[in-house]
Each structure stands twice: as C-alpha cells, then as structure tokens.
Design a protein around this ligand. Sequence first.
Ligand code: FES
Ligand SMILES: [Fe+2]
Length: 477
Amino acid sequence: MKAEQNELITRIGPGTPCGNLMRHYWQPVALVDEFNPALDPHMAVRPVKAVRILGQDLVLFRNAAGEYGLLDRDCPHRGADLSFGRNEGDGLRCPFHGWKFNVTGQCIETPAEPTQPGPGSPLCSRIKQRSYPLLERSGVLFGWFGPEGSTPPPFPALDCFTAPLTHTFAFKGLWSCNWLQAFEVGIDPAHASYLHRFFNDESLDESYGRQFRGASVGEVGGERWPMTKVMREFDQPEISFEALPYGMQITSLRPMTEALTHVRVTNSIFPHTFVIPLSETMTITQMHVPVDDTHTYWYSIFTSFGAPVDKETMRIQRLNAVTLPDYIPKSGRHNNWGFNPEEQVSRTFLGMGEDDINVHDQWACESMGPIQDRTREHLGTTDKLIMANRRVLLKAIETVQAGGTPPGMADATVALQRIGPDTVDGIAPAADCTAWWRQAVDTKRQGAPWNAALTIPPSSVIDPLAPPVYSPHEEAS
Ligand code: FES
Ligand SMILES: [Fe+2]
C-alpha cells in the first residue's frame, strides 16, 4: 500500500476524508456505567465527563432529569474548558464567567452581563453551543457527529440492540493505536489459532464469559470440545467471505475428520464493528471508535440468547484488567504487556496471560506502532478479508468525497433492514456444514427468551427530530 493511501484510511480528525466518512455512522461515546457512582464515586456529586472522539474534545453530562448532553468542550464565551463546569441540575455552568448551557447547548444564563443575565435574553438566545444527538442502547450512549442539521441514519435493530438490558452487558477499553489496525486484528480469522493458543484446555465449567474457553456447538465422538482445542489442533482455516450491504459475513472452515468440519461464522459491520460468537448462547459485538488518530476505544456488547447475563461476573472479570474511570488497561507498552517468557515456552503461544485474551489482541495492534506502516507489510492469502475491507473503505471515502452516502448503516435502507447478524462456532457434518450451521442458528434464536426472531421491529425506526430517548438506567449490583 502506498503511504498516501495509508494516510487516507487512518486519519480521522475533523475535515479529513476518512473522518468525514466516520461521521456518517452512529458512534459509541460512553458506557452508561461511566455515570454509575458505584463504579465512579465522583458521579454521585458531579455527572460530567470529558470525552474525546474522532479527534474532537467534547463534554458529556447528565442533568437532574436524567437527560444527557454532549457539547463541544470550548465555552462559546472565551473558550475555557467546559468539562470543568459546574453541573447545576438544569445545565452546565462554565466556571470562568458563569455562562450556563442546557443539554441542547442552549445558553440559559450569562450572569456577569448587567443588562442581559437571564434566560431568554437576546444575548442568551443568540448563543448555542454545538450539541450532538445522543441515543442510549444496551448500556452504551451513541452520538451522531454528522454535519450540523443533517439527519442521522436510523439505528439498526441488531441483536445486541434488540435484546433487553437483562440479556446484554457492555464494556470498553482503550488501545493506544489507530482505529484501523484495531479493527483489522478483529476481523482476521487466522490469528485465533496462534495469538490466542493455549497449550492446555481448562474445564468447560470455568468458561463463563471467557472467549474461546467455552465449547464449540456439537460433539466429536460424544465428547464436547473447548474452542481452544479446535483452534490449537486445526490451525489452517479455509477462509471465505460474502460481501453484503452491511459488511461481510465471514466463514472459517477447519476440516477435522472425513466426517466433521469445524465452522465459525463471524461478521464485519462497516466501518469498524465485528460480531462473533463468545459461546453457544452468547455473541460479542465489538466496535472500534477512534478517539484520535493514535488511540481507539473498543466497545463490546455481550448479548445472551439464553439466560440473563451474569453482569457481576462479567464486570469483575474485566475490571481486573483496567483502571477506572477511563478504562485504561493495566498492561501495555510500558510494562511489555505483561510478557512472560516462561509462559511462552510452557503455557501459551504468546506469553501474555491465560485469563483474558483481550491483552493478546491489544499487543497485536499496539505493537505495530501508533499508526501501522502499511507500506512495509506483506499480505498472504489468509489476509483476503483485510484487503477486501480496505478496498471497500477506499471506495467509501471516495463516495463521501463525491457527496454520496457511504455503504452499510449510514444508508437508511440498509440500517432499517439490518437485523442479526448470525454467528456460530460449531462442529458440523462435513457433508453439509452450511445447512447445519443455519439450523444451529435457528435453534439458538428460537430458544431466546426475548424477540430474537428474524423480523424487523418497528423500534428500529427513530425520528431524528425527536428529542433523545433514554431507556431506564441500569443500576450496578
Ligand atoms: S469562558 Fe466560559 S463563561 Fe467565559
Ligand atoms: Fe483476537
């Protein structure tokens, strides 16, 4: 890849071609959990957060009515930082001269102005800080950063947004690298047999909430196999993909015996989300939102098609690896990601721990450097998805530059019809693994206690002119 092309697909600040593309899609901005005083005691007295996204500095706050506001951070008076503002219940007051803004960004007081201090004064009515539409879905606040006054696309009725709060759990983490290399690690099906290889399997009883520790659907000679064993013993997947309006459906086949083939179906949702199986009844939908050119937050929504999610267990497993309130990993370049050479010899392929594979992916994308130099790489046949995705990305950038609507969820007709998508990790009859996995997916959907049927619920349509709608806040237990 040429250096100019690499610049084009990685830089996302305001006014950049790829940044303009990203602003056609709803983006995750914060977890609702970030406002939970049980996790961040400051939130009990002051629910305000500095947020950086797509290279823009913003302030996110919650008023006494429970409504959120997302505003540009520089005060429209003389530019002081509103993330230090006083949250007074009906608005956020700048500590410099006391100007106050409600959740829509409307100025409601300018107290130092002797003739125009109050709400509705000519000065107040003239001042409106830029605010960004917000939606709350499945424990995540999503923002819309398209041109001021433009209409956001409808929110898609993916499983992770359709399932009730009892059946989803959201978490996030910061990676110090460009968004695209984070995403390209996620959609790469070959790495699971190497980067995440464990030399020993654990008991399936210990697998709850842990990626690759659960069993593949199906059996081998009456025995259930942990995904770790399949990945380790069959390490040359036959990878194929189908280009679809929302992205790609990816199929990785690992022939096991004459009679059995392991099949793993995952999805990429353009431009930066993947949907993969976690276990027989859970999926992971993971987004990779650029903070700026060299930092990325991943947001995962775990969705259960079976029992309600055990959020307490899921949260404790993951909180061990990060520091709050900003979900910064404890492992990173500063401590060699916890690398242990003895472990690399005796227990894992990488040597960075057996508990949580997230740090493996973090190493893969951060160790490439802040922005991977793609002029120096050599792609193989297993990288065909990465190449296909880059082609779509370059084309989408061109489409936006020409004034058009880019593909996937930015397109209202695609977003309105998008449901699912389906994932599976299972051991299938080699003769007809496609029919087998489709049947396995139907069975999983039919077993879901919530509406996981393949119909389009009317709630997928939002009125972009209506005020933001918030679902009831989830309390941490
Ligand atoms: S700079 Fe904010 S009120 Fe003056
Ligand atoms: Fe991975």
